[in-house]
Ligand binder design. Structure first.
Ligand code: GDP
Ligand code: IMO
Ligand code: MG
Length: 441
């Protein structure tokens, strides 16, 4: 049975939640492998809207098991809130949710350090979500992090907590002039969380291995996106985890040899939240139009997203870094009213045309987009059931993006609802999920 990775190809919020939810009935397991509650994955099912932060987007399907892998950092308070909200809405978690023993915990001092560091950076701030994700990964890499399994061992948890609180308090007090923490207040709170979460904490790498051996199919749900990856993104304006396809392996313990394909999710234009370079960024009325028609406000922080044209240099880079087999294109409908649409085909930097995404951050910051202009279709795309139903000029736009990015598209999304999705002809998804032809929607 195929094991497939789904990743964002831009700067996040491409509609990964919608795509994962749509494909979840075709797999047995959905596993998150990176990030934490900085993510906001929206799933719309009829009149119901769910925004998932740490829980995988397969959770709305009763037969789908959901794993929070070792590559994820977990804020237990936020996770429990999310779990309770889902249970109140009738979602079954027991028997369906599994949390890795090796996943690192976001501790109360992590958001405090995140916010203090951002404040100190001033104009150079990253524009983080303030959830403490960066500092939690700092501790993980620094080998002082506290993990899920530690929650289940009070003595060890206290010991690690005491060491961390002493060190973090010094940093908070002496470097940032910020509030400090006491061991007892954290211990009390986290031991209560431990009682709540204990039934879900397990060796998920072993579980996944056994499931795969028994013929289960796993979908790996990426958070954030290629351009926010710690190694491959627009450093330092990135998140702190491996958000690209390779992270699916390290972030779950499933070896690369057991992964069969990678799906990228791309918006028909581009958005970015927070600071950092964004070559195709727009301002003025066009940016306002995309913001308004696309409801481009962060699902986690509510911040308005920066908006710009589709960037095929980024698209090709995502294909290369993730080994994408195919792309699911979302939010085509947002462009429905435009007279013309532009696509960035290359960058111009100091007289030189660049067709590959530059690794040098100063080059990215100075790069000017080279645009190709296409006629807009000025007709609604919502409700189209197949590609032939789309306006000819919309089809031309999609074909051009496919050519420029270099892999076939598998899905075209024209609205937030599950039904507002077109399965492309010869969709590469059918190779892995043949039943999707008759039952995707
Ligand atoms: P994710 O983080 O990649 O899961 O994406 P987000 O949930 O943060 O942002 C995507 C937003 O676009 C959500 O509000 C979705 O409900 C919405 N959405 C997804 N696909 C489409 C689409 O094709 N058209 C429109 N108009 N909205 C969409
Ligand atoms: P999903 O999974 C968009 C951005 C933040 C900031 C940078 C670092 O919903 O696509 P962090 O809090 O991670 O240290 O912030 O990364 N960022 C996201 N942008 N979508 C996300 O997640 C993001 N998660 C983090 O805005 O620029
Ligand atoms: Mg999001």
């Amino acid at each position: 049975m195929p094991n497939i990775v789904v990743v964002g190809t831009q700067w996040g919020d491409e509609g990964k939640g919608k795509v994962v939810d749509l494909l979840a009935p075709h797999v047995n397991v959905v596993a998150r492998f990176a990030g934490g509650n900085n993510a906001g994955h929206t799933v719309v099912a009829g009149r119901e809207k769910y925004v998932l932060h740490t829980i995988p987007s397969g959770i709305l399907h009763p037969g789908c098991r959901c794993v929070i892998g070792c590559g994820v950092v977990v804020d237990p308070g936020s996770l429990i809130e999310e779990m309770e909200a889902l249970v109140r809405r009738g979602v079954q978690l027991d028997g369906n949710l599994f949390i890795s023993k090796n996943a690192h915990l976001i501790m109360p001092y992590h958001p405090a350090l995140d916010l203090a560091s951002e404040a100190k950076l001033g104009d150079r701030r990253i524009g983080t979500t303030g959830k403490g994700v960066g500092p939690a990964y700092v501790d993980k890499a620094g080998r002082v992090g506290i993990r899920m399994a530690d929650l289940l061992n009070e003595r060890l948890f206290r010991e690690k907590l005491e060491r961390n609180v002493a060190q973090k308090n010094r940093v908070l007090r002496e470097i940032y002039d910020a509030e400090t923490f006491t061991v007892e207040e954290i211990l009390d709170k986290y031991l209560r969380y431990a009682g709540w979460l204990a039934p879900y904490i397990t060796d998920t790498a072993l579980l996944l291995s056994r499931w795969i051996d028994s013929g289960y199919s796993v979908m790996f749900e990426g958070a954030q996106a290629t351009m926010l990856d710690i190694d491959h993104g627009t450093y330092p304006y990135i998140t702190s985890s491996s958000t690209t396809a390779g992270g699916a392996s390290t972030g779950t313990g499933v070896p690369p040899t057991k992964i069969h394909g990678v799906v990228g999710v791309s918006k028909a234009y581009t958005t970015r939240v927070g600071g950092g370079p964004f070559p195709t960024e727009l301002s003025g009325t066009l940016a306002d139009l995309l913001l308004a028609r696309g409801h481009e406000y962060g699902a986690t922080t509510g911040r308005p997203r920066r908006c710009g044209w589709f960037d095929a240099v980024v698209g090709r880079y995502a294909v290369r870094i993730n080994g994408l087999d195919t792309v699911a294109l979302t939010k085509l409908d947002v462009l429905d009213t435009l007279e013309t649409v532009k696509v960035c085909t290359a960058y111009l930097h100091r007289g030189e045309i660049l067709t590959e995404f530059p690794e040098d951050e100063t080059v990215v910051a100075e790069a000017q987009p080279v645009y190709e202009e296409l006629e807009g279709w000025r007709a609604p795309t919502v409700g189209a059931r197949n590609e032939a139903d789309l306006p000819a000029k919309a089809r031309r736009y999609i074909e051009r993006l496919e050519e420029l990015v270099g892999v076939p598209f598998c899905l075209i999304s024209t609205g937030a609802q599950r039904e507002e999705t077109i399965l492309c002809e010869d969709s590469p998804l059918l190779r892995w999920f043949p039943s999707a032809r008759s039952s995707l929607l």
